[in-house]
Ligand binder design. Structure first.
Ligand code: BT5
Length: 220
């Protein structure tokens, strides 16, 4: 893949919309880094803010799973995947992923896989977040983190959808836990029991199973 390095952008996911599959946009800083549902993603200097433009050969949610597994794999033990799009260290968010499909008419033209990792950047104390520098107690080279993640991502692209789902389920720390999921249509409380092939979370509640397409999960 061709890497384009930029200084300051609005959001690497936005810049990536104009790029061809096979391109990676990486920026030192984002003025309007974004999360899901238009949330603000803090993206000061020293973090890894990148977007991979890929051919849409899989459903978009599979790229989020792939990216989460790649980051977890690259960072090593102690890190865990939280459904649907986070990598955590001791319950604190070190990475968030935002995958977006770009359509030409009703045909997906490309998928943009946005990966944000707190490496050496300063994070607001109001966030339940942590950086690699805080964890390792020293500066971590952003480029090295990026190369490890890209290597892991490329290797995972070899997995079939079934293998990817199995791997994701093995690594997903949300599964098997009693949770509360804040969804767009209200809170769901129960035990996280499965992930569907579509990447949805299955929650066993006192009133039967609920299948969630999105949500912010807290462990009870
Ligand atoms: C995400 O959304 O976690 C997706 C974040 C994706 C960021 C990357 S950076 C490269 C690319 N370009 C972009 O513009 N975006 C992608 P979500 O699950 O909705 O979580 C957002 C929430 O995480 C916010 O509402 C905050 O509570 C919290 N947050 C914001 N900045 C953070 C940070 N740097 N570290 C940890 N948590 C943060």
């Amino acid at each position: 893949m061709k890497i384009k390095r930029l200084a300051k952008v609005s959001s690497t996911n936005e810049v990536a919309r104009d790029e061809k599959p096979g391109t990676i946009i990486v920026a030192r800083e984002q003025a309007r880094g974004k999360g899901r549902f238009g949330r603000v993603w803090e993206s000061g200097k020293g973090g890894l803010w990148m977007s991979l433009v890929v051919v849409p050969s899989r459903p978009v949610q599979e790229y989020t799973m792939l990216a989460a597994l790649a980051v977890r794999g690259a960072l090593g033990s102690g890190f865990s995947v939280k459904w649907p799009n986070d990598v955590l260290y001791k319950g604190k968010k070190v990475c968030g992923i935002l995958s977006e499909a770009v359509f030409s008419g009703n045909k997906p033209e490309k998928v943009i896989v946005g990966i944000g990792v707190n490496v050496n950047n300063v994070i607001s104390s109001s966030l339940n977040a942590v950086s690699l520098r805080q964890i390792r107690k020293k500066e971590v080279p952003v480029d090295v983190a990026m190369q490890h993640i890209l290597g892991a991502f490329t290797a995972l692209l070899e997995l079939s959808s079934e293998q990817l789902l199995e791997r994701y389920k093995e690594q997903c720390s949300t599964l098997g836990k009693d949770i509360r999921a804040a969804t767009l249509s209200g809170d769901v409380v129960g035990k996280a029991v499965d992930i569907t092939p579509e990447g949805e979370l299955v929650v066993q509640t006192t009133r039967g199973k609920k299948v969630l397409q999105e949500g912010d999960v807290s462990i009870l």
